[in-house]
Design a protein around this ligand. Sequence first.
Ligand SMILES: Nc1nc2c(c(=O)[nH]1)N[C@H]1C(S)=C(S)[C@@H](COP(=O)(O)OP(=O)(O)OC[C@H]3O[C@@H](n4cnc5c(=O)[nH]c(N)nc54)[C@H](O)[C@@H]3O)O[C@H]1N2
Ligand SMILES: Nc1nc2c(c(=O)[nH]1)N[C@H]1C(S)=C(S)[C@@H](COP(=O)(O)OP(=O)(O)OC[C@H]3O[C@@H](n4cnc5c(=O)[nH]c(N)nc54)[C@H](O)[C@@H]3O)O[C@H]1N2
Ligand code: SF4
Ligand SMILES: [Mo]
Length: 701
Amino acid sequence: MTAGVNFVPTTCPYCGTGCSFYLVTRDNKVLGIEPWQTPPVNEGKLCQKGRYAYQFIHSKDRLTKPLIKKNGGFVASTWDEAYRLIVEKFKSFKPEEFGCLASAKASNEDNYLMQKFVRIALKTNNIDHCARLCHSSTVSGLSEVFGSGAMTNSIPDLQESKCIFVIGSNTFEQHPLIGRRLVLARKSGAKIICADPRYTPTAKQADLYLSMYSGTDVALLNGLMHHIIENGWEDSDFIKSRTKNYDSMKKTVMKENYNLKNVSEITGVRESDLKTAAEWIAKSKPCALVFAMGITQHTVGVDNVKSVANLMMLTGNIGKPGSGVNPLRGQNNVQGASDMGCLPNVYSGYQMVTDKESRNKMMKIWGVAEIAESRVGYTATEMIDNLADEPGKIKCMYLLGENPMLSDPDINHVREALENVEFMVSQEIFLSETAEFADVVLPAACYAEKNGTHTNTERRVQRWRKAINPPGEAKPDWLIISEIARLMGYEKQFSYKNESEIFDEIARITPSYSGINYDRLEHPYALQWPCPDTNHLGTQILHTDKFATKDGLGIFMAVEWKPPAEVTDPRYPLILTTGRSIWHWHTGTMTRRSETLDREVKTGWVEINTKDAETLGIEDGEKVKVSSRRGEIEIPAKLTEDIKIGEVFIPFHFKECPANVLTNNAVDSISKIPEYKACAVKVEKMNDRDKEVVGRGQRAI
Ligand SMILES: Nc1nc2c(c(=O)[nH]1)N[C@H]1C(S)=C(S)[C@@H](COP(=O)(O)OP(=O)(O)OC[C@H]3O[C@@H](n4cnc5c(=O)[nH]c(N)nc54)[C@H](O)[C@@H]3O)O[C@H]1N2
Ligand SMILES: Nc1nc2c(c(=O)[nH]1)N[C@H]1C(S)=C(S)[C@@H](COP(=O)(O)OP(=O)(O)OC[C@H]3O[C@@H](n4cnc5c(=O)[nH]c(N)nc54)[C@H](O)[C@@H]3O)O[C@H]1N2
Ligand code: SF4
Ligand SMILES: [Mo]
């Protein structure tokens, strides 16, 4: 080994797959990343984001000092000065005037303390995070059907499937090391079905591709169930012994609306393909269903989720290896931030804020006489709406690593909202588009500079290990939160010596984490919750004997198909769907500062079907104007046959052509998730004066 070089085992900061690797360090610098073969999630393999996850760490523009806004510009300050201002301001607002966002990029320890701080010191439940924009429909939908909102099976377990139905997930680009399991399953004979309006890299790996219109999932799923029941392929034993409410669900899906001819018309999928899909799903045992944002990010997100759960219960595919309903969680720690209670309705472990016993339990363990009232707080989407539409209702925001100025729908509306905040604190590793609006910016340590745990999509709790010191005066999020809390008078409640002590409190207060501690996470380096006691080896598959509902039965839910909130018309004749590229991460703060990733994909693009482009007279690489009822952007066109005629796709990573100027902020009435996956737009050639050929369209992969 080279002198002074260390190999520090840790976990990837990007996606919910949760791959592990070694950070290679020397002299307080991360030099690179090396494979770590033992952890079962990725067995030493990485995608390009993981491979280059060291490059942004030493960016010259990392935040290194607290910043205070004075006369419209930021001025570097001491921690003391920044804290004094924050504490004085925080003490001046009423509980209902706060809006707080935690961060799915930060650790469980950071997030647990954030919600504890918000509930004890600010006395509000107005706390949420990007799970709202992501899998809130999953949590609402699956909690109703199964009694628990988490992924039912495990990543390695997918390899045991005989058929994998991927719906609304671009697994190969967005969870590449789960995509690897699809390839391995296929090698052992499994059939892969993919339903997506785009012929994605994932769809290209499938044995059967269902080319559907955005926003038609319930119709598609009801159609598949209609055909399965019509042919008597349902699993009657499972339905009888493990579920209830089957008859009402059956009555709905057996309606004429959902015969395959009608469903083919609504979805645009060939009838013969629907038949094959239904037969493969029903007859291949076990069959697993994988889904992500194509299902959740709709005004009918919760209905979509209930519908996928119906299909898997109908075919008896729950509680067994290689089966299950598998929502792929997005951010590295979005599962953990939710488990930690960074949601307006629950404390950690999904203990309800409205439940008197849970509230008393929190006050007792936290050693305080008063916490936030038992009223459910505002969701992230409600906070923005309140700020924009009812100024004065929310006055103060405390944000931990979230960038709504690029990631929330209808950015012009978000700008209006953020301009109405009286006092805002943003805790960040970079000066993001949102941090620009803050009154105080606090510099945080990134994943390589702190200890902690995070929980991946399959409920696996894994360690982050500190490899180097943070830049300048930056500090770990949990320490910043604790220091503010102590200055607000909560000395005893926030006097942690290290991250392991915080975790022990998490385990004491959160039943599903009770058996986990830092020692156990060294051997055997990860545990999947529920892990109720220190002898328990963790849970790979949920609902093996009974569901987590009150009576242990899974509940079928009858769901009717409804079109998206905004449909096309002659003025806005195309459907816009938005999403991601394998090379970039959300608002680009990290990946656009990683030279290897940035070199591959430098800016955004709009994917448009070659036939639509021909009608509009648009060439590949030409800069075009895309507009919706909310705004317009200029963006290079990428001509492709891989998107359905009538649809266009834009990734939302790029601030110079931000997709979210166009998106609709209509939300699902239950989960409050925005409809990122369907709105109406038009694409136009630019005026000749503006016309510019910017080179061939950027390729997604
Ligand atoms: N490289 C990279 N990886 C990421 C991320 C990233 O930013 N970059 N983000 C992470 C996060 S937070 C998340 S949530 C996940 C998201 O992971 P995914 O959900 O897999 O990614 P998306 O591109 O948002 O959308 C998935 C697919 O849904 C399809 N789709 C659109 N509308 C519909 C519809 O109405 N029905 C159906 N069935 N499909 C539809 C899209 O064409 C797209 O292929 O990715 C995670 N991984
Ligand atoms: N059009 C469209 N919009 C979407 C989506 C879509 O599919 N289409 N998807 C939505 C989804 S699923 C999601 S999850 C959201 C994501 O939306 P955001 O969470 O707002 O996006 P990120 O860019 O991941 O923002 C994370 C921020 O945390 C900072 N950060 C990183 N590490 C740390 C840390 O350790 N501590 C602190 N304090 N900060 C840190 C980063 O610099 C970054 O600014 O976007 C949503 N927006
Ligand atoms: S699949 Fe996800 S967790 Fe694994 S290396 Fe890629 S971004 Fe990181
Ligand atoms: Mo997400």
